[in-house]
Write a protein that binds this ligand. Structure first.
Ligand SMILES: [Zn+2]
Ligand SMILES: [Zn+2]
Ligand SMILES: [Zn+2]
Length: 96
């Protein structure tokens, strides 16, 4: 199978899912884009302003849908389009 074709297909699929509000982008600590399922998004209304949590122990990144990203006051002239907040630590599954 042609690998470059594959990548394009995957990219298009991701893009379609993003546009439809099925998945959203999650930034990892390495700056790698990962994707997670949207819980309450629709095509018209995306809301991803929740915190993500990366567990150092199991390596899983998860959505904390109920934890909102706080308002950030940007300097004059700056326009925020996307906010990401990644918290790193130990998740409830790993915390003994
Ligand atoms: Zn969404
Ligand atoms: Zn964990
Ligand atoms: Zn999320």
């Amino acid at each position: 199978m042609d690998r470059s074709f594959d990548r394009v297909t995957v990219y298009r699929t991701l893009k379609t899912f993003l546009d439809k509000g099925l998945i959203h982008k999650v930034l990892d600590d390495e700056g790698v884009s990962k994707y997670a399922l949207c819980s309450e998004c629709s095509k018209e209304n995306h809301n991803h302003e929740h915190v993500h949590f990366k567990c150092e122990s199991c390596g899983q990144t998860q959505c904390l849908d109920n934890i909102r990203i706080p308002e950030i006051d940007l300097p004059a002239g700056f326009l925020a389009k996307e906010k990401n907040l990644l918290i790193q630590g130990v998740c409830d599954q790993c915390d003994q």
